[in-house]
Write a protein that binds this ligand. Sequence first.
Ligand code: FAD
Length: 377
Amino acid sequence: MNLAELTTLGLGGPARRFVRAATEADLIEAVRAADASGEPLLILGGGSNLVVADQGFDGTVVQVATTGLRRGPGAIGGPRGSGGKGFPPGAAGVGGGSLPPGQHRLVTVAAGEDWDTVVAWTVAEGLAGLECLSGVPGRAGATPIQNVGAYGQEVAETITEVRTYDRVTGQTTMIPNDRCGFGYRTSVFKRDEARRHVVLAVTFRLAEQSASTPLRYPELAAALGVAPGDQAASTEVRSAVIELRRSKGMVIDAADPDARSVGSFFVNPVLDAPALAAVEAAARARYGDGTRVPRFDAGDGLVKVPAAWLIERAGFGKGYNLGDGARISSKHTLALVNSGSATTASLLALARRIRDGVHDTFGVSLTPEPVLVGVTL
Ligand SMILES: Cc1cc2nc3c(=O)[nH]c(=O)nc-3n(C[C@H](O)[C@H](O)[C@H](O)COP(=O)(O)OP(=O)(O)OC[C@H]3O[C@@H](n4cnc5c(N)ncnc54)[C@H](O)[C@@H]3O)c2cc1C
């Protein structure tokens, strides 16, 4: 199996062995077998946050294709019911299913479920907390890995627990939110180089209301004609988010050549006061005294500076390329795109050029957001 067929970048060489696991038992068995044989293991969701070497992966790739969604915490079992976008209608399980209106409900999702289908279902069910995460590609089980976030929401705010198969103990285990080590685009799962935990299911605590959670992202609030901090109907929020994302090439769309990416290639750097002062000085020297470096409060005296702004101001505009098939998206400076003839090597050469250019200009080291498999930046 060629991994290029399974990644949104359309890049990556062959896997030595490939297993598609449609049930939780098959998933655990495939992981156990790979671990017992001592082979390297790569867990694959939707391949939307992976940069895989042109040489491929010399080990077992296990694609998570499990399905199931239920109200309440705990294990997911049994076949899918009908209704509600293919999910069981009403309360298929226990727990949150019997809460009165105005309360919160627990929803547990199998790792292999398509994330946007899950979001669409919650919005249709009148459950708020995930609506701003509409249109993010990939599977539900990957959302805790980098604490998926967009338009003012991140899954760390609603995840109550993550059920995993622990490759060290050989047991399934429940990891509560406060032990997930969530941070900006990171978690214990992403930081752990040994990839100890295979996510089996994720439980979310969602508000039972048709209105969204308060809208923190000014661009989204403006698109909906409300002030930041206000709420809007979740259905409208979902539509607005998808429209905004589409305008930036940030939804998977075979007809959009800018969508062949991993989304944002770099995380927004979080800077302390001296680092910000250095960026401001460099920006003034280059662009004049009136230049203001955009920033968002990141707590503890730190600020987050948009990586896209740094990249553009360092001289890498939309469409920038080195002539070998990899380029910056024509819609969003933070997305690196395979225009059709790129290789992983050429994509990384472009990423290095941008990283080094930003460092030379502003003294800021950009770090990649996707998981790099068999390659380094
Ligand atoms: C167009 C586009 C837009 C994007 N926009 C956003 C955005 O707005 N916000 C955002 O946060 N991300 C965004 N992303 C990145 C990506 O969609 C998310 O990180 C997503 O959660 C990845 O899911 P996946 O199933 O494709 O994971 P994969 O790419 O298959 O895997 C990513 C990592 O997670 C691990 N993994 C996957 N499933 C499991 C599991 N069940 N157990 C253990 N480890 C697992 C993999 O081994 C790998 O290390 C975007 C990507 C694209 C292509």
